[in-house]
Design a protein around this ligand. Structure first.
Ligand code: GLA
Length: 733
């Protein structure tokens, strides 16, 4: 609920309140963001007191010589009037002057929210506040948008900038600013690189600036555009924390600044790096949306974001709809595929219970390795002499869906498309472009390039009965220069807008096809993509041990329904590690389950085990994919996740052991998310009989002391090996 009383704005969700006010000067003072507080008639205790001006500070104006912007928590900050922190907006006027001074001129509140032109955005029941500010220097206007999604305790924010009579240049236009009192915070960021995505790292903030960003052209595996700010005492189930998620897939930044007065500022938005955008009189610029949430404990923060993403980001046919169990051709075959091989594998897959077979890279004309053919999206007639229409009919007869891999944003130098349109790739005339995976990036800022790609890809998908598309994007951007010179100021952003144009047109043309995003694994794993594609391949790393860590980190900000996860062959292609089939399954089952191995290389026993795994997964699929996922807190050698259905009647627990420690005792496993009063029976996956019965309160407060990490084989106790898992099923009446 949004209430406006005199000059105070109060935004309430079910559990949180967000307050700010308009000062006499017209600036906005941030007053509070945290646990919900009641409406009252006097909030003056929250106002910053500024009785004495200090030393060399700048007084905003002579009407109050003690009012210094840098000492306040502000709602919106620019440059040049005495706030020396990182601003949310920086504009340059015709004189190259960078001073601006935005003050309040009006507001409106309405139910629902607007879409953001050209950008993906959240949707659904909410209430919106718009604050209008005007610059005393250029008369440009800013609209600050706040949409309150009450049930998941999220507030979605963005900014519009509108030039007035004079042209301005945007040098920075971020999406949100949050100034908090105090400085005792730590910041959690999710960092990494290819095959080691989403490594959660926590650092204590101190006076100065910390930046989490991407300059790669995509949201990147280097630094995910999701961060958490934690109060000092925050753990999973207590202590305040703030999460910030940007709905954007390009260069982004999240800045945390603690100023000399012990005030902490968080900013999130498009990275100002290599960004400058001219706005002529009357022109408007929209920033992407940024979602913020406050919770007591990171478990609740994750719950807020899981609900928000499932309800207000993912949309269309696949929203809250169970996903098929798939077999992907990549790790088993790489580029070596053909019709006969694929059909043979698809038949086998169907017999074991698979519902979808994905033909990954290697299917298009001349694509025998990664040096050629991107851009030419016709099936290789040598590998697929009968074409895809016939192939998809064969799939239909077999009774399995057909999926296809594409990489629309890229072009190989060795391709028909590049030979015909060399100027369609990003490059600087006269300078040889740098390749990544032997390929160049198409200039998606150009309408002609986008139109060509949209019609080519749509035709290709229409040419056969396809039920799934994996949309890949395998390299970061370099040589970011367009033949259309006027695009170069904000080409990174225009590229991202072009990607959204493609994604909207292509996914929009096939509402029932399941699209899975991918970027060499998780190099573009963000809410922008998820507005078009309900799931993303989280990492090319299919090693269960690494995946456990990656998926645990992912779960802080994203629900399992958006995470593609596969069981692959041994030794693992990325790490050489050997882990049991049960471990690989257990970890992959905590995402959207798929397999990526050659079924014909498996023993009969392994094939039967896979059939049993798939059958079990299908039985529990609703809960595994859309139930509430939780992280368990365990000693370092162990890890655990669990998922609980929405009635708290059933749950599945995954217990993971890194190394087998000799002569050790098993850890106490405290469960979470259960109904305290319910009585649960607990059995191991696949076992006929439960091994225990207990109430929810015991399981959550006291925890379980399990059998030593061992299992019975042929009547003898066998230790659970390194990287072993146990999967427990909980049921209640
Ligand atoms: C990327 C993807 C892989 C696979 C290959 C194909 O690396 O992340 O899953 O699709 O491309 O070239």
């Amino acid at each position: 609920m949004i209430t406006v009383v005199k000059n105070i704005f109060k935004l309430d969700s079910e559990e949180t309140s967000y307050l700010f006010r308009v000062l006499d000067t017209g600036h906005l003072e941030q007053l509070y963001y945290g646990k919900k507080i009641q409406v009252c008639d006097d909030y003056s205790l929250l106002f910053e007191k500024h009785g004495i001006a200090f030393g060399n500070t700048v007084a905003y104006d002579q009407s109050d010589v003690n009012l210094c912007l840098e000492q306040l928590c502000l709602e919106f900050s620019t440059n040049g009037k005495g706030d020396f922190r990182e601003p949310i907006l920086q504009i340059k006027d015709r004189r190259d002057c960078r001073v601006s001074d935005f003050v309040y001129v009006g507001h409106q509140v309405y139910s629902g929210k607007k879409e953001v032109e050209g950008l993906p955005s959240s949707y659904g029941a909410c209430e919106t506040l718009e604050i209008i500010l005007e610059d005393r220097v250029t008369r440009a206007q800013v609209v600050l948008h706040y949409s309150v999604f009450e049930r998941c305790d999220c507030i979605v924010r963005r900014m519009s900038v509108i030039a007035a009579e004079q042209e301005i240049t945007l040098e920075r236009a971020l999406s949100m600013q949050l100034d908090l009192p105090g400085e005792d915070y730590s910041m959690v960021t999710f960092n990494g690189a290819w095959v080691r995505e989403m490594q959660g790292e926590e650092k204590t903030l101190s006076r100065g600036i910390y930046v989490n960003d991407s300059k790669t052209g995509v949201s990147s595996n280097h630094h995910n555009p999701f961060v958490i700010l934690k109060e000092r005492d925050c753990v999973e189930n207590s202590g305040g924390c703030y999460g910030v998620h940007l709905i954007y897939s390009g260069n982004h930044c999240e800045i945390a600044e603690v100023n000399p007065y012990g005030r902490t500022r968080i900013l999130s938005g498009i990275n100002p790096h290599c960004f400058s955008r001219k706005l002529r009189a009357g022109e408007r610029f929209e920033t992407p949306e940024s979602v913020m949430s406050y919770a007591r404990g990171t478990a609740q923060l994750s719950k807020n974001f899981h609900a928000f993403i499932n309800e207000h980001i993912v949309r269309g046919h696949w929203k809250n709809k169970t996903r098929p169990v798939l077999l992907n051709s990549w790790e088993a075959n790489y580029f070596d595929i053909d019709e006969e091989k694929i059909l043979q594998q698809a038949r086998k897959a169907q017999a074991l219970g698979f519902e979808l077979f994905v033909i990954d890279d290697g299917w298009f004309e001349g694509r025998n390795d990664d040096t050629s053919s991107l851009g030419d999206w016709a099936p290789d007639h040598k590998k697929f002499p009968n074409g895809f229409k016939t192939l998809s009919e064969e799939f239909e007869k077999i009774g399995i869906g057909m999926g296809l891999w594409i990489e629309p944003e890229m072009v190989s130098e060795n391709s028909g498309l590049f030979r015909e349109h060399p100027d369609w790739a990003l490059c600087v005339p006269g300078l040889a472009p740098s390749c990544g995976r032997n390929q160049l990036v198409l200039d998606l800022s150009r309408d002609d390039v986008c139109e060509h790609l949209i019609s080519t890809i749509i035709k290709r998908i229409q040419s056969a009965k396809i039920s799934y598309i994996k949309w890949d994007m395998n390299r970061n951007l370099s040589d970011v220069c367009s033949a259309l010179l006027s695009h170069n100021g904000d080409l990174y952003h225009r590229f991202t807008l072009g990607y959204y144009k493609l994604a909207a047109a292509i996914t929009g043309a096939f509402p029932e096809i399941l699209f899975e995003g991918c970027s060499a694994g998780g190099n573009r794993f963000d809410l922008g993509v998820m507005c078009y594609m309900p799931q993303i391949w989280a990492s090319d790393n299919t090693d269960a041990h690494c995946r456990m860590q990656i998926q645990r980190s992912v779960s802080f900000g994203y629900p399992q329904s958006v995470v593609g996860a596969h069981v692959s062959a041994l030794p693992n292609a990325q790490t050489g590690r050997l882990t049991s089939l049960q471990t690989r399954f257990g970890v992959a089952a905590f995402g959207m389950l798929g397999y990526e191995l050659d079924l014909f290389e498996l023993s009969e026993r392994e094939q039967n085990d896979i059939a049993r795994q798939i059958a079990w997964y299908k039985q529990h699929r609703g809960m595994m994919q859309f139930g509430q996922q939780y992280r368990l807190t365990l000693p370092t050698n162990y890890d655990g996740m669990m998922v609980v259905d929405d009635r708290q009647q059933n749950a599945v627990v995954l217990m993971y052991q890194t190394l087998h420690l000799p002569n050790d005792v098993s850890p106490v496993v405290k469960l979470t998310g259960l109904d305290e009063a319910r009585r649960y029976t607990i059995s191991e996956m696949g076992a006929d009989q439960p091994f225990a019965t207990a109430n929810g309160d015991l399981l959550m407060n006291c925890g379980m002391k399990l059998e030593r990490f061992s299992h019975q084989e042929n009547g003898a106790g066998i230790y659970l090996p390194d990287f072993g898992v146990k999967i427990f099923c909980l049921k209640s009446e």
